[in-house]
Every structure is written in structure tokens, then in C-alpha cells.
Write a protein that binds this ligand. Structure first.
Ligand code: 5AD
Ligand code: SF4
Length: 469
């Protein structure tokens, strides 16, 4: 049957194909799904191979070092594909989206002649229109987040199944201006989506098979979305409302700022059964002096207080963090404070980074940059402790039974991968199973038999064993 409304290429009579490559954080994953939905509506089929694509979208991330250079290298590789395509008369367009697009803007058109569109993270709803523009007009870096979500609302409401663990962006941007971070410049000011839109989108996700929803925002716990009654709702209030929607079995949110961790939100970890006992609460440093220089607006004692309150509300809470070593001016004593904080908190999981200057941020201007070797040494010491903590946390679950939401097939035949409430990956083997849907998308009790640094191995309890086909 002929589909209506598809964008059929007149010459080949085949639908156009789009390849989307996503870099960076979960919010970019969420954005790429919206871009995919939007392009599908325009008649594009999504392909996994740039070689057969008529359009490649690079949804870029600016957080890591040399982010822009990596995008330019990727554009160089795409140029080779474009040249090959040229031999058969095919001509792929390239759109660069996301935070590198926001930061580079027109410079990107100047430096990479094969780029057709440059579109920032708050403007990608305009991508279809920009693709039709002249190249010189095809740069958009607006920060109108409300326009974006309004335009994308329709693109979100679809019928296609989603992963059992889905993302929902509730807030974007950041007003905190930590002195190492580019996010306030690339994602713009804080913006919270209205409650009604989020409840609609969550309901839609549940109808399409989502059981675990992670609420996303660069500053997710600063959420203050408009209600229909003309007021605003906080994150804890939103969690309560979402928990009322039948079908959401697990709720998570990321990334939180310690300063916005209010009493009600802490209480939500005790009062809402769907709120999972896992929280990513970046501390960045354990030294008050460095935290001040980072403009973090909290000291170590506030962080300890919050952790104590959270553990009081939810004693089994697994904590995760981000830590930077070698921020300008960081001394050995400051670094010791970080190690001390890590030893005290005991993380289940933690990302750690060497500070790297980002042009345009205050940290990059400082003259007391820490030498690279010192940063590397400190990172190695820190990671040794963090790895041991992560392994110890995983090992603490051996011999217990955990409810695991199975998300996907593993690499080996008969292997399935899911997650515990604490975000640990669990592998099980059910080799005799012919119908994966007996496991995928379900929360099943698993006996945990073995723990490695990055995952657990378990077995389904007898009562949950699917029928042998
Ligand atoms: N250098 C090192 N790490 C950084 N991060 C953000 N900016 C920088 C930087 N300039 C880290 C922070 C943040 C995480 C997403 O990336 O720890 O929480
Ligand atoms: Fe960056 Fe700080 Fe905002 Fe987090 S709170 S996005 S680290 S500026």
C-alpha cells in the first residue's frame, strides 16, 4: 500500500533516507528521537548507514575536550562518503545540530564547506525548513525553548513502540554558571516545560511500552513548570503527579544540583514507591575553596547534609556523582578533601574528569592552571578509589533478589540485559527462550549470583521462568 504524505524522491521513487549520529548526554538522545520523528513526518526513512543517506544529522555535544575538532574530523570522513556518492549521482546533505552547532554557528559553514545546516539545541524544530533554505541562511541559534517544545509536542506523540526505559525532557538550560561549564552558553537559560504537556507525553510513552521514565534536565531539580491553574509545579510535585499515571513503574531524574535538593524532593524518595533508589548528584569537588572558585553555590557540609537526609529518607539509596580534578588553583590539600568526601559518601557509581579549559568560561581565563601530569596523577588516585567503591556496591547485591527491568538482548544468544532499581546492568541467560517478549519490557525477580565492576550476573527466579517454547 502506498503511504500518504511521504517525501518520495522523484528520480529514484524511493523514500529519502536520513542518518542521525548522536554524541553526548541523554538529553541529546532524547533530542535525536525528536529529530527522527520530525524527519519521519517529512517522509524520511531512518538508516543506520551514512553511505546510503540523503541527509546526515550530527547531533553534537560540547562538554568534552576538543569537541568541535572531533565534529570537524567527522565532517571530513563524511566528505569522503559524499565524494563516493557523487559517482552515482547521489548527494547527501549534512546538518550539524546540538551544542557544537550552537557554539560554532556560522564559523562551521566557513570551516566545513560540506555542511548545509547548522542548528542549535533549542531550534532544531526548524530543521526541515532550514534544509530548504539557501546555505547562507541555514544557521539557527535561537534560544526560544518554549517555541521548540510547542513545535515538537506533536512529533512526540506517536504510536511506535519505545524502549522499556524511556527519557522525558522536562527542563532545559542552566542559570548556575559554574565556572568550568559551557552548558549555560550552549543550552541557554533555564526553561521548564508545562506540567500538562509532560503528563501527556508520559502517558503517550506508557501507552507505547515505557515502564521506566527518566526525567531529564541540565538542572532537573530546578524544575518549575507552569500548571493549568496558572501556578508553578516543583519537581517533587511533578513526580507525585507522574506516579499517579497508571503504568509508570519506575521514575528517575537527572541531573540534579545539590542546592536545589529541597525537603519535599528528598521526601519523595521515601513517599513515592516508583521513585527509584538511585540519584546522580554531582559534587564536582570536595574542597570548599575549589567549590567556591567553581561558583557551585554549595560547600561540602551542605552536600553531606543532603546525603544524610536522603539516606534517612531512603536508606538503600545508591548515589552517583561527577567529580573534576585539577580545577585551576587546586592544591594537594584540596584534592585530599575530594578524596575524603568520596570516602565518606561512598558512591555506587561516579564519573571523574580532568579539568579542561573551555573557551569563554571563567575557569579557562585563570592563570593558575594545574599541570597536566598532576591532573593525570590525581585522576588515577581518585579512580582507583571510585572503582573499588563501585565494585563493593555491586558485590553487596550478590545473594539478593532484585527486580530487574529487562531492556534488550545481550551479545550472546539467549542473553538478556536489564537494570536493577539501582541502575546496575544485570545479565541473565535464558537460552531456551524463543519469544524475547517473555522477558524484554518486563520487571522480573532475579537472583544475583555474581558482581563485576560494571555489571551483575543473575538468574530468573523459578516462578518467573517463562514457559519453554
Ligand atoms: N572540564 C572537565 N569536566 C567538565 N565537566 C563539565 N565541564 C568540564 C570541564 N571544563 C564535567 C562536570 C559535569 C559533567 C557532565 O562534565 O563534572 O558535571
Ligand atoms: Fe554546568 Fe553547573 Fe549548570 Fe551543571 S549546574 S549545567 S555544571 S553550569
Amino acid at each position: 500500500m502506498k503511504k500518504t504524505g511521504t517525501n518520495i524522491d522523484a528520480k529514484s521513487a524511493a523514500p529519502r533516507k536520513a542518518f542521525i549520529k548522536t554524541y553526548g548526554c541523554q538529553m541529546n538522545v532524547y533530542d535525536s528521537e525528536r529529530i527522527e520523528n520530525m524527519l519521519s513526518k517529512e517522509g524520511y526513512e531512518i538508516t543506520a548507514s551514512p553511505e546510503e543517506a540523503d541527509l546526515t544529522v550530527l547531533n553534537t555535544c560540547h562538554i568534552r575536550e576538543k569537541a568541535a575538532e572531533k565534529v570537524y574530523s567527522e565532517l571530513g570522513r563524511l566528505r569522503i562518503i559524499q565524494a563516493k556518492q557523487g559517482e552515482t549521482g547521489q548527494a547527501m546533505k549534512i546538518a550539524v545540530a546540538g551544542c557544537v552547532a550552537q557554539a560554532e554557528g556560522e564559523e562551521m559553514l566557513r570551516r566545513a564547506s560540506n555542511v548545509d545546516v547548522v542548528v542549535g539545541p533549542q531550534a532544531y524544530q526548524d530543521l526541515p525548513e532550514l534544509l530548504k533554505q539557501d546555505r547562507k541562511n541555514a544557521v539557527r541559534q535561537d534560544f526560544a525553548a518554549d517555541d521548540k517544545f510547542e513545535a515538537l509536542k506533536k512529533a512526540s506523540q506517536r504510536n511506535a513502540p519505545v524502549q522499556p526505559a524511556a527519557f522525558l525532557t522536562i527542563q532545559e538550560g542552566c542559570d548556575k554558571f559554574c565556572t568550568f561549564c559551557v552548558v549555560p552558553y550552549t543550552r541557554g537559560a533555564e526553561y521548564s516545560r508545562p506540567v500538562a504537556d509532560l503528563l501527556d507525553e508520559a502517558q503517550n510513552l506508557v501507552a507505547r511500552g515505557a515502564k521506566d521514565i527518566t526525567l531529564l534536565g541540565q538542572n532537573v531539580n530546578a524544575y518549575h513548570g507552569a500548571t493549568d491553574a496558572g501556578g508553578t509545579e516543583t519537581l517533587s510535585g511533578l513526580l507525585h503527579q507522574l506516579a499517579e499515571i497508571g503504568g509508570i513503574e519506575r521514575l528517575r531524574y537527572t541531573t540534579s544540583h545539590p542546592k536545589d535538593m529541597d525537603e519535599q524532593l528528598i521526601a519523595a524518595h521515601r513517599d513515592i514507591p516508583q521513585v527509584m533508589p538511585y540519584l546522580h548528584l554531582p559534587v564536582q569537588s570536595g574542597s570548599d575553596r575549589v567549590l567556591k572558585a567553581m561558583n557551585r553555590r554549595h560547600g561540602r557540609s551542605l552536600y553531606f547534609d543532603i546525603v544524610a537526609k536522603l539516606r534517612d529518607a531512603r536508606p538503600d539509596l545508591a548515589l552517583s556523582s561527577d567529580i573534576i580534578v585539577g580545577f585551576p588553583g587546586e592544591t594537594d590539600a584540596d584534592f585530599q578533601d575530594t578524596l575524603d568526601l568520596v570516602e565518606t559518601v561512598e558512591y555506587a557509581q561516579c564519573y571523574s574528569f580532568k579539568y579542561s579549559p573551555r573557551a569563554g568560561t571563567p575557569g579557562a581565563e585563570r592563570e593558575d592552571q594545574v599541570p597536566e601530569e598532576v591532573k593525570s596523577e590525581r585522576l588515577a588516585v581518585l579512580q582507583h578509589i571510585l572503582n573499588a567503591q563501585q565494585l563493593a556496591f555491586n558485590q553487596s547485591k550478590v545473594g539478593t533478589t532484585q527486580p530487574v527491568l529487562f531492556e534488550r538482548l545481550g551479545k550472546k544468544p539467549g542473553q538478556f540485559i536489564g537494570r536493577t532499581p539501582y541502575m546496575q546492568a544485570v545479565h541473565i541467560d535464558v537460552p531456551y527462550l524463543s519469544d524475547p517478549s517473555a522477558v524484554i519490557g518486563r520487571i522480573l525477580d532475579c537472583h544475583i549470583q555474581h558482581a563485576g565492576p560494571n555489571s551483575l550476573k543473575g538468574a530468573l527466579l523459578q516462578k518467573d521462568l517463562p514457559d519453554v517454547a
